[in-house]
Design a protein around this ligand. Structure first.
Ligand SMILES: [Zn+2]
Length: 328
């Protein structure tokens, strides 16, 4: 795929976003379109039309030299697009140093509905891809998820997140009998919490992480495969087929894939898995595992303070993102 031809045509200079300033940058809620002031605090838009390079790109497009592919929307003269700053990767891993994003349209809502109905992640990825100025397969998984949060908040501002979570707080049950010690129990109450305006906390790379030769950060191009096989495992678990040969095979492959996804060579996850399986010794696997443990945690987390409806205790939750049901 000639991905390099799909890179953005223009690179206007923009002010550093929150992600450029250091770790644990807090990205404020995504700006409301009706509140232009707020736009300066989060994802920083630039006046597109005024930039000379944009003008040049526009002229080229009008002359038929644009060559936009399906994942490269004509964002240049489209006011819906915002320059995305504060990516978890801070663009350190890409050959491009900016990307543009727009909210969903009914076309993408259709794809998301298809994803929910069919359980097929490809539709979610396609919906996100349609809103980006760069090929989605090139994105690090953490950056993709960052885009998902952006799209969730920007496309559905009136629909808050609903999360379910189980309270794991210890509750001390006081016994009437003085001779017996008080009993500690885990609350285990299933809570349904509506998340209102919360701040996304994004752990971004402060500097480029140099990986050993032959390694690269996992991208969306191979992630889909890993996701599908994990889904298959869940299906087998639901069916109670834990004794089956297929189950054992998948468990083994997932184990190796979690390592193989860090291999630079190979277009697909299967390619990468084959490379790892063909290794004549444990050297490759060992070196990947050793390198991965040194990488600081990065990506989007939703820092929430939630109160259990049963025991009333407060705990902090980190949202896990379910790709299929994330969008309303
Ligand atoms: Zn509780």
């Amino acid at each position: 795929m000639p991905e390099d031809t799909k890179r953005p045509l223009v690179r206007p200079r923009v002010p550093a976003g929150p992600g450029q300033q250091g770790q644990k940058s807090i990205v404020p809620p995504i700006p409301n379109q009706h509140n232009p002031q707020a736009r300066h605090t989060g994802f920083v838009p630039v006046p597109l039309e005024e930039h000379p390079k944009v003008q040049e790109a526009l002229r080229q497009q009008q002359a038929g030299a644009g060559g936009n592919g399906p994942t490269d929307p004509p964002f240049v003269n489209d006011g819906r697009y915002t320059l995305l700053t504060g990516l978890p990767s801070n663009y350190f891993e890409y050959s491009f140093n900016e990307m543009w994003i727009r909210p969903f349209t009914p076309n993408e809502a259709r794809l998301l509905h298809m994803a929910r109905t069919s359980g097929n992640l490809t539709y979610v990825i396609s919906a996100v891809a349609a809103c980006l100025s760069v090929p989605v397969g090139r994105l690090l998984i953490e950056d993709f998820e960052f885009c998902m949060y952006w799209l969730r908040m920007q496309s559905y501002p009136a629909k808050p997140f609903n999360i379910t979570w189980t309270c794991k707080e210890d509750v001390i049950k006081v016994t009437d009998n003085d001779e017996r010690p008080d009993v500690e129990e885990i609350c285990n109450f299933e809570n349904l919490t509506t998340v209102g305006k919360t701040n996304l906390i994004v752990d971004s790379f402060v500097q480029r992480i140099v990986l050993p030769e032959g390694m690269a950060f996992p991208t969306m191009s191979s992630y889909e495969e890993l996701w599908s096989i994990r889904q298959r495992l869940k299906v087998l678990e639901k069916q109670g087929r834990l004794e089956s040969e297929e189950y054992d095979d998948i468990v083994g492959d997932i184990y190796l894939m979690s390592i193989a996804q860090w291999i630079k060579d190979g277009e697909t996850m299967t390619d990468k898995l084959d490379i790892l399986k063909a290794a004549p010794s444990m050297e490759l696997q060992d070196s990947i595992e050793a390198a991965v443990t040194k990488i600081p945690e990065f990506g989007v987390s939703e820092d929430l303070s939630v109160v259990c409806a049963k025991c009333g205790r407060t705990s902090r939750r980190r949202l896990s993102l379910d790709y299929l049901t994330f969008f309303p």
